[in-house]
Design a protein around this ligand. Sequence first.
Ligand SMILES: Nc1ncnc2c1ncn2[C@@H]1O[C@H](COP(=O)(O)OP(=O)(O)O)[C@@H](O)[C@H]1O
Ligand SMILES: [Mg+2]
Length: 329
Amino acid sequence: MSGNVKLELRNLTTLYKSGDGVRNINLTVNKGELVTLLGPSGCGKTTILRTIGGFIPATSGQILIDGKDITHLQPEKRPTAMVFQSYNLWPHMTVYENMAFGLKLRKVPKNEQKRRITEMLELVKMTGYEKKYPGQMSGGQQQRIAIGRSLLLQPDVLLLDEPFSALDAKIRSQMREELRKIQTDLGITVVFVTHDQEEAMALSDRIVVMNKGTFEQVGTPQEIYNHPVSRYVADFIGEMNFIPMLDGSTKAVRPENISVSHGTGKDLDGYVRTIMMLGHYIEMTVDTDIGIVKLYITAEEAEQYKKGDPVTLTLGDYRTYSDHQSAAK
Ligand SMILES: Nc1ncnc2c1ncn2[C@@H]1O[C@H](COP(=O)(O)OP(=O)(O)O)[C@@H](O)[C@H]1O
Ligand SMILES: [Mg+2]
């Protein structure tokens, strides 16, 4: 085994009595890497995280951290810490008391507790909140404290289960950036869970795209975006047009890989349906025989077209999927 590996899941299966769960999971996470489990609700993300943390037993397979088998250790004996979607701060304790709790259990001396907590509050930008109670803070602030509290335990592997999904969009993207900075500064290894593909793309060194209890694809955000191995992944990550071909196959084209011109005769003809300004880019939709096609255009192009104009589309870089599972370039 390489000395760079922090966490390894070997043929991990966790099943509930109902038969639901995850099967034959294999994953290697390197030291200092942030790997995201991404997939729709119910695909098994939380099940994997809780199994790593020791909150539910593995049915079979192994979990290794630094090469040591921890599959059967109690949660508190594992070098892991988990943060949940719902913060899980103790409501009757102040921020300081919440943060000190785990350190006390580990018999860290009082002055050392204070030093570490002060440092951590600075890191998560919550200096001055020591005496506040969770109920007196916003969701984003509570989540900062929850993450700070888990980092104080200096876990080898930090497990984050949709930690930002209860926050509004602006705070969420700010928290992502801060987490990424703290994670790279401290060099900690993180397994992050989300159902939000944009969040996964923004944060991760590598993404695991999950589908019904199994791994569909593992790769860097770029690999997954540019080379989705299946129609499922292509559909789940980013915007994609699926264009049915006469031979029964499907062409998958990203909106940024389609160009538009006036008239007819290129790959696909149609009529301009909408032109929408979406922040720093402009989206055009075109009504065609095979349905609505989405593409991105420049500001100059936007001025040359209006709703109802006959246009023809050129499909650039595309992938062909012959069925729902397989992909060929
Ligand atoms: N405690 C449980 N008992 C029985 N089935 C469960 C339990 N928790 C989750 N499941 C089922 O296991 C599957 C995976 O759930 P989960 O890991 O929570 O998915 P995700 O976190 O991706 O939304 C789902 O079908 C879910 O209904
Ligand atoms: Mg979940």
